[in-house]
Design a protein around this ligand. Sequence first.
Ligand SMILES: [Zn+2]
Ligand SMILES: [Zn+2]
Length: 313
Amino acid sequence: MELYFLGTNAGLPTTQRNVTSVALRMLEERRSSWLFDCGEATQHQILHSPLKLSRLEKIFITHMHGDHVFGLPGLLSSRSSQEGSPPLTVYGPQGLKQFLEVTLGATQSRVTFGLDIVEHAGGLIFEDEQIKVEAAALEHRIESYGYRMTEKDRPGSLNMELLREWGVRPGPEYGKLKNGESITVDGRTITPDQVLGPPKRGRIVTILGDTRPAPGIDPLAAGADLLVHEATFTDEFADLAQKYYHSTAVQAAEAAKKAGVGELILTHFSSRYKDPEQLQPLLDEARAVFPNTQLAMEHETYPVRPAQDREKD
Ligand SMILES: [Zn+2]
Ligand SMILES: [Zn+2]
């Protein structure tokens, strides 16, 4: 499970950075990736990345501002030209359905795969045996949401040495033990607790849409291993942040600290910060409040590590 940033800029693209989009890659866990927001030219960014359109399983839209959705019709059209693309679900606030129907309809774009568009107003968005997605409203000029992904606990590792010693070969028997079933081999009954390590705790990733400090952030981010928070401005422009319903890097760090997250990644930078060096003050200001902070860099990968593992590093 890892994050791959495709766009980290607010409002408009610059020559250095594209508008917002980030992928949650879960190739090991579910052989697919999820996309969060899809600013214009996200598909071009994907061409320069290890991501594949056909492997996209879900797209979550935080809010309907253009810098977060203008890339969606183009991306869906391009995915349609790839034969055999599996179904895809797009989740987002009210207006998403109309936006896609109008843009795809007016351009007579044919979607060749099963496209499900789900409008929501927060709450439980998706759940299966692996993961749960919840959303809650933030505070922005228009309806904006954050998403909290909670991975379910996974079975612990099998003690291979002991199993080999007892004559159990890799195969279906291993699966049974992992599922909590006992097996019998050569007249010996082996119970899962004899050979199975402690369960691996599921990770929590929270990705927020545009927002200024809001009560909805804390429950979404509480105890998350990784929080992605917008940081449009440095502290110097706190008044602008307030006025335009955005956050400063310090406010993002304060939210991370309050929620007790493992790690904070800042994104959605104002285009006033043109060069990478100009982003350094954002990082410095945030780290003064919450040390385990990083800046989102496009085409870079950020593994989602359980917070307790990191302490051992
Ligand atoms: Zn934005
Ligand atoms: Zn916005």
